[in-house]
Each structure stands twice: as structure tokens, then as C-alpha cells.
Design a protein around this ligand. Sequence first.
Ligand code: SF4
Ligand code: SF4
Length: 102
Amino acid sequence: MVKWEDICDRCGLCCHRKAISGDYLLLDIENPCEHYDKQTHLCKVYNNRFEVEKTCKKVTPFLVAFSAALPSSCAYVRLFKKYHLRFNKKETVLAPGLFNEE
Ligand code: SF4
Ligand code: SF4
């Protein structure tokens, strides 16, 4: 049986800054979380990520079903869509540099 965490394909997209605008999730692929390792695509503080990074959210079935924060290419989202369990309809748009001016 496949373990829940093994469904993740480590694309790292959910570890980037994002904004919701209308029907869209805008994902800034130039601005990852400070704990994201660009070389390995892994989290540098994975075991205590929720203590270290307050904005980090656990990927739960509820989040996958309803949250706008996960991109449509996320492996969990694709799996849930296959079984008609994904209820968030926002489209994902890659927006490199969206937060560069801050
Ligand atoms: S702390 Fe959370 S958002 Fe940041 S890199 Fe780790 S898993 Fe991703
Ligand atoms: S977007 Fe989905 S598949 Fe990609 S790293 Fe995040 S949880 Fe894993």
C-alpha cells in the first residue's frame, strides 16, 4: 500500500510564495520559502517545519480537497481529481517574480 507521504513527487511548488486572485492561484516560482533547498527540492527543516515556519501547512486530505494553495499539478491534487474529490476549482498560473518588488 502506498503511504500518504509517498504520493508527493517533490516538485516543491507548494513551498513557493503564492497569492489568490479571483479564480486563479498565482505561484511565484522565483520566491521559495527560505527553508526550501533549490538544489535538492527538499525542505531543510522538514522534521520540525511547523515550529520553524508558521506559514507551513501540513498536506492533509482536507487541504487537498479544498485548499486553493496547492497547484493543479500537485500529485495529491491530480489523484483527488481522478476520484472527483477535489472541490477547489482555481486555476494555477505560474507568476515568476510576482513578489520581487517587496
Ligand atoms: S518549511 Fe514548509 S513551506 Fe518551507 S520549505 Fe519546508 S515544507 Fe516547504
Ligand atoms: S505541490 Fe504537491 S506534489 Fe509538489 S511538493 Fe507540494 S505536496 Fe508535493
